[in-house]
Design a protein around this ligand. Structure first.
Ligand code: NDP
Length: 449
């Protein structure tokens, strides 16, 4: 069951459905935003006049291309890659690349659409875009990954530039992949254009705290939501889905702020460790050895591994979905609420289904949507671009401080905007409207573009 749309917005949504058939994740992301924009059109009728919403729902440019590459046995493979340059009203397109077999245009468009609002919320000069490929990096050797990245960049490079489009990582794309991609970009263009990629290694233009930023930022956001309710993270029990980049550093910051993290997962199953997750072990298994999370229970006495286990059945105070889209359903949301969960913040993009979000809202628990709660990653990417532009390198402490300030500002902006539009405590409404207003004002100011 979805909420009805404002009468001005329903035809816009119908048009999105008609023009983008079969792209269900994109439809979901658009609908979730449109459901909250009715009051904005009442207050600011000029946005309807200038057809800003119709324009925001249509990417400025979409690039789809073939990526041929050879595996270690000499066999040829063909993948498909995408870059959706969604909106550049606030700055160059900015958003990650995802390598996962589930990737198709609808996933990249949902991510690009979300990115526009998220980047706007950071208050930094970055537009929104996203890209990726249906390539599956799992089980591939470093040389195979390198050949794939080089082939992809041989086409993608012509669309990038520090003032045009600046990719970063996402699922399946970490520092190793960014290295191969940046290396090929540099080789083809004969330019050391550091700010054309973010998430780089520290020796070659990367920012301290970028690796940690998304997970840390998500926890700062949940911390602020709890503070607004006179609660704190200290002493709370926490569960985190995933065990990739976002999940690992969300666990780390949650632990630093006094929470006890008792479960995490990967796409094969979950581990529960009532004594508290041993993060050093998770990092070794995932970051160094690139193995499955099941290894954790083999090596840790007292920990349980549950194949295909549903992490949302584990009782907790705070839940942080940090794996992938639509991983937390209505049934999961009900279970979390029943078992006493008081706060959820999305480290991943759109991990909660619309029905799940409604259950959290009705139960009155603090819910931080990904657009706001995981914006720390892209914000720190924009800080990386700043450092590259000024040939500077900031300390970890300074960068983390900036990240924390940005997350506090995003929280307050969402909180105050929700209040202003008559939906106190509704961070979904606050994030959508605050993100929308900044992009829309810029679009109107720039004329019909
Ligand atoms: P990683 O590839 O580092 O980790 C992804 C994790 O999620 C892995 O544990 C993976 O398990 C699990 N996962 C992926 N797909 C599925 C699936 N279909 N079902 C169950 N589990 C799955 O990615 P990130 O940590 O970078 O990204 C996680 C989420 O955070 C994504 O939604 C991403 O868009 C979002 N995000 C990331 C940012 C960043 O800075 N990296 C910034 C903002 C948002 P397995 O290894 O088994 O596949």
């Amino acid at each position: 069951m979805t909420a009805p749309l404002d009468e001005k917005l329903e035809p816009i949504y119908q048009d999105v459905l008609r023009r983008n058939p079969g792209e269900t994740e994109f439809h979901q992301a658009v609908r979730e935003v449109l459901e909250t924009l009715g009051p904005v059109l009442v207050k600011y009728p000029e946005f309807a006049e200038h057809k800003v919403i119709q324009r925001i729902c249509e990417p400025e440019r979409q690039i789809i291309f073939r990526v041929p590459w050879e595996d270690d046995k000499g066999e040829t493979h063909i993948n498909r890659a995408f870059r959706v340059e969604f909106n550049s009203a606030l700055g160059p397109y900015k958003g990650g690349l995802r390598f996962h077999p589930s990737v198709y245009l609808g996933i990249i468009k949902f991510l690009g659409f979300e990115q526009v609002f998220k980047n706007s919320l950071t208050g930094l000069p970055i537009g929104g875009g996203k890209g990726g490929s249906d390539f599956d990096p799992k089980g591939r050797s470093d040389s195979e990954i390198m050949r794939f990245c080089q082939s992809l960049m041989t086409e993608l490079y012509r669309h990038l530039g520090e003032y045009t489009d600046v990719p970063a990582g996402d699922i399946g794309v970490g520092q190793r992949e960014i290295g191969y991609l940046f290396g090929q970009y540099k080789r083809i263009t004969n330019r050391y254009e550091s700010a054309v990629f973010t998430g780089k290694g520290l020796d070659w233009g990367g920012s301290r705290a970028r690796r940690e930023a998304t997970g840390y930022g998500t926890v700062y956001f949940v911390h602020e939501m709890l503070k607004a309710r006179s609660e704190e993270l200290d002493g709370k029990t926490c569960i985190v889905s995933g065990s990739g980049n976002v999940a690992i550093y969300a666990m780390q910051k949650a632990m630093q702020l006094g929470a006890k993290v008792i479960a995490c997962s990967d796409s094969s199953g979950m581990v529960v460790d009532e004594k508290g997750i041993d993060l050093k072990l998770v990092r070794r298994i995932k970051e160094v050895e690139r193995r499955r999370i099941s290894v954790y229970a083999e090596e840790k006495k007292g920990a349980r591994y549950i194949e295909d286990g549903n992490i949302w059945t584990i009782p907790c105070d705070v839940a942080l979905p940090c794996a992938t889209q639509n991983e937390l359903t209505a049934k999961d949301a009900k279970k979390l609420v029943e078992q006493g969960c008081i706060a959820v913040a999305e480290g991943a993009n759109m991990p909660t289904t619309p029905e799940g979000i409604r259950i959290f809202k009705d139960a009155g628990i603090a819910f931080g949507p990904g657009k706001a709660a995981n914006a720390g990653g892209v914000a720190t990417s924009a800080l990386e671009m700043q450092q590259n532009a000024s040939r500077d390198s900031w300390t970890f402490e300074f960068t983390e401080k900036r990240l924390e300030e940005i997350m506090v500002n995003i929280h307050n902006d969402c909180f105050e905007t929700a209040d202003e539009f008559g939906e106190p405590d509704n961070y979904v409404v606050g994030a959508n409207i605050a993100g929308f207003l900044r992009v829309s004002r810029a679009m109107v100011a720039m004329g019909l573009i």
